[in-house]
Design a protein. Structure first.
Length: 282
């Protein structure tokens, strides 16, 4: 707790000092992919249709591996986006579709992932505040055995940034998450609620990161920063922290190290707490 207070005080001092140096009425880069023009749109990885403030799209590349997906985005304002995304993955799709193999119906498994998030950018004088809230519901089910298990997780972050120049922003971010609930087809044991409460407690994590972003245009930037785990060093959810491709690589190697403590791999700016990545747009 003392460490958390120290980080919060340090963050406040950094922000307070930076405000004195900040560009007043700065032209911030919004961290939201803007809506497409009405009609059909095609991008490098997705295809969809825009109705103005509403969009529906899919990523056909995932279909190749059996991860069928659909995304709906709604823009109540230019600075706010609400997103719903669904993936239905058949782990045996490649074997069945490309190798011609037959899967025993009793072992056929499907994984359904539903994610929803709301993200906002609010400019308060020389400061931009970016809250992000996400819920993720993952379900594994075996239709041949009428069995399933579903896990609901909530996480999010709150960040604030200040422009020190037209193209350079410094930021502080707090991220956290926890397990919300678990459902299953099997009859739970008598002590299920106490087990679930303990699992919720152990799943909680809080991380902080700070650094700077250099925007080389209005759509892209390079972020360099440092991440600190404030709470939940043993939480399994820390292995899904972050939102960028660099974070996913960091999480992958952390998971490998968690399973095999002797296989620690250190790649500067990739597997270390100090990192380099491209800024994220939601």
């Amino acid at each position: 707790m003392k460490k958390l207070r120290a980080i919060l005080v340090l963050s406040f001092l950094i922000i307070a000092f930076s405000v004195s140096l900040a560009v007043q009425n700065g032209d911030f880069v919004v961290s939201i992919v803007p809506p497409h023009k009405e009609g059909l749109f095609v991008e490098f990885t997705s295809i969809g249709y825009s109705f103005g403030n509403w969009e529906i799209s899919t990523q056909p590349l995932f279909d190749i591996v059996g991860a069928f997906n659909l995304k709906i985005r709604y823009f109540p304002a230019e600075s706010t986006v609400f997103s719903l995304e669904t993936f239905l993955w058949d782990p045996f799709f490649i074997n069945k579709a490309y190798l011609g193999e037959t899967v025993d119906p009793s072992f056929q498994t499907y994984i359904l992932l539903n994610m929803a998030h709301i993200h906002n950018n609010t400019i308060l004088g020389p400061i931009i505040v970016r809250p992000y809230l996400q819920s993720a519901l993952a379900t594994i089910f075996l239709p041949g055995q009428s069995e399933y298990v579903s896990v609901l997780v909530a996480r999010g972050f709150l960040s604030s940034g200040i422009l020190l120049s037209k193209d350079f922003e410094v930021f502080v971010l707090l991220e956290g998450g926890m397990l919300i609930n678990v459902w299953q087809s099997q009859t739970p044991p008598e002590d299920w609620q106490s087990v679930l409460e303990e699992t919720r407690r152990q799943s909680q994590y809080v991380m902080a990161r700070f650094g700077g972003i250099w925007y080389y245009d209005r759509y892209s930037g390079i972020e360099i920063g440092y991440r600190i785990t404030l709470h939940g060093h043993e939480s399994p959810l820390r292995l899904i922290q972050g939102y960028t491709f660099t974070d996913w690589i960091y999480n992958y190697f952390n998971a490998v190290f968690y399973a095999n403590p002797d296989q620690r791999i250190s790649i500067p700016f990739i597997t270390t707490d100090y990192y380099l990545s491209f800024s994220t747009k939601f």
